[in-house]
Every structure is written in structure tokens, then in C-alpha cells.
Design a protein around this ligand. Structure first.
Ligand SMILES: [Zn+2]
Length: 306
């Protein structure tokens, strides 16, 4: 990577507590190019973990162009992609039911809608849908489905009642400006729904640097539940509910295990498969007991009343 494209300046402050002090946390590989590694640092003050240094907004586009980047794929090419797509169908229906249990059918903006399958699910159920997606290939697929995609959230004529960011916030360079901007287009009683991977989950702890959701350099931030709590609170939101995404531990373990066992001898591969199964089962179980321990946590928030 070209040095000039890396944000290396000392003034990259902790997103959560604004401290400039950070300690080395771990080196994580790019799962599509394992010889390339990136550094995660931990804020010395609050413990928040993030990628530093990191590619800037232009340079990072190259890292989404990998043909195997599952969220932007339409046709499965391997077993894990096939499973990913089957799980996505179930997940989309689960997400819709979750939302419809909280709010009556109205309008929704899915920020970072990828290829648009979740919005299609909502549209078929009678919602007025809007999507936003910066990645050109994914956006084209969403447009082929006939979905309405915005150039920017500012194109919304009226506020929407639900905004979703499914596995998006960890990719965004400036999450605070984004959430502040989105807040303006959310109705007074609307719901802000954010899902991010949980670095405190069992599968994360068991796979360490090979945990698929470290996904360097695409994932810039690794939010623990307490980080999202303080971030949303500081922006004038209050969290009304936490939920888990129950298929994520299985999928994370499958991909993390596939990555870790690459080029390993058979006995090591078997050990990693068993470890993956144990990690997924434990994370799934813990997620059922407490949503904040899930592999991926869904945070449902409303604007704080003034
Ligand atoms: Zn901090």
C-alpha cells in the first residue's frame, strides 16, 4: 500500500473518548491476502479497539473489489457463499419481523444496503423503501431489482421512520458525522437500528487475529456494547433494546475456521473445525442468554426527547 494513502497522523483520536493515546493491540491479516497485515490499536483511556493506521476513503475502495467479498455477491461460488446467501434470506425475514414488532409499517432507509435483498424483503411487505450504497457493483444489483437508491440521505424529502445500518458502522471512516447527518432525517419517534460484530463474543476471543469480523482493513472499528452505548448516548439517542443475530456465530466460525486452516496439515484442520464448532455453539448459547454477548449485536435506539 502506498504510504501517502495511509492515515498515519497522531491526531486520529479515539472515537469514543477522544483520547489521542493508544497502545498496540494486535496484528491482523487481510483475509483475501494473508501476507498483508494491519495493526489494531487499543485506546489507552477507554480500551476501544480500532484499525490504525488505515487506508483513506479513496484507497479503501480497492479492498472491496475482491471477487470473494461475500456481502456484494449475487451468485454463490462456494459452500460458504451458498450458506451465506441462505442465511441472508432467513436473516432478512428475522430483521423485518423484529422491526414490525416495534413500529407500524411505514418508511425505511437502509444505509449501506449492499445488493438490496433486505430492502426487497421490506418492499414486498409493503414498506416505502430507500437505499444508499457507495459500492458501485453492489448498487447496480440493487438498482436492477428496481429499488430506489439515493445519492445521499439528503435526497430524502421527508424524514423516515426507520433507519438501518446492518454491519455498516464498522466500515465508515467518520461514524459520528454520519450518525449526526442521519439523525436529521429520522422522524421524532423513529428507530435507529445498528448491527455490528461484537469483539467481546466467544467466537472473537477463540479465533483471535483470524476472527473473520476483524476483516482488516475493511473494518475500521471494533465496537463493544459499551462503546455503542456511549457513542449513541453522546449523539442524543437512547437505546431501547438489544438483540442478537443468531446465525452470525455459525457463519463467523465457518469463515474464521476456513481462513485459519488454510495450508494447515489435516490434524490441525480437524482441530480447527472442532474449535469452530465449539466457538459457534458457545457464542450462539451466550447470545440466547444475553444479546450483548452475541457475535453480532443489534442496537435499537430512539432520539432522546428534548
Ligand atoms: Zn477511548
Amino acid at each position: 500500500m502506498k504510504q501517502e494513502n495511509i492515515q498515519h497522523h497522531a491526531e486520529l483520536l479515539c472515537l469514543i473518548c477522544q483520547s489521542p493515546q493508544k497502545d498496540h493491540h494486535m496484528e491482523v491479516p487481510n483475509r483475501f491476502k494473508p501476507e498483508e497485515t494491519f495493526t489494531l490499536v487499543r485506546c489507552s483511556h477507554c480500551g476501544f479497539v480500532f484499525l490504525y493506521p488505515r487506508p483513506d476513503e479513496k484507497e479503501i475502495e480497492n479492498y472491496y473489489e475482491d471477487e470473494d467479498y461475500q456481502p456484494h455477491q449475487k451468485d454463490p461460488k462456494s459452500l460458504s457463499e451458498y450458506i451465506y446467501q441462505k442465511v441472508r434470506v432467513w436473516n432478512n425475514s428475522y430483521k423485518r419481523r423484529l422491526i414490525e414488532n416495534l413500529i407500524s409499517k411505514s418508511s425505511i432507509l437502509d444505509y449501506g444496503c449492499g445488493t438490496g435483498e433486505f430492502l426487497l424483503e421490506m418492499q414486498h411487505a409493503g414498506w416505502v423503501t430507500y437505499g444508499f450504497e457507495p459500492a458501485v457493483k453492489a448498487k447496480t444489483v440493487a438498482q436492477q431489482y428496481g429499488l430506489r437508491l439515493l445519492k445521499s440521505p439528503e435526497d430524502l424529502k421527508t424524514p423516515v421512520d426507520v433507519m438501518t445500518l446492518w454491519h455498516v458502522l464498522e466500515h465508515v471512516h467518520q461514524p459520528i458525522s454520519l450518525l449526526n447527518q442521519l439523525k436529521e432525517y429520522l422522524s421524532a419517534d423513529g428507530l435507529l437500528i445498528i448491527a455490528v460484530p461484537n469483539p467481546r463474543s466467544v467466537d472473537s476471543r477463540m479465533f483471535g487475529k483470524n476472527w473473520v469480523a476483524y476483516d482488516a482493513p475493511r473494518h475500521l472499528y471494533h465496537f463493544r456494547p459499551k462503546d455503542i452505548d456511549s457513542l449513541l448516548h453522546s449523539l442524543g439517542f437512547k437505546i431501547i433494546e438489544y438483540k442478537g443475530l443468531y446465525f452470525d456465530p455459525w457463519y463467523n466460525a465457518l469463515l474464521s475456521g476456513t481462513f485459519e486452516s488454510h495450508n494447515e496439515p489435516l490434524m490441525k484442520k480437524i482441530f480447527i473445525i472442532l474449535k469452530g464448532f465449539a466457538a459457534a455453539s458457545l457464542a450462539f448459547g451466550e447470545g440466547l442468554v444475553s444479546s450483548k454477548k452475541s457475535s453480532s449485536v443489534i442496537y435499537i435506539a430512539k432520539k432522546e426527547k428534548l
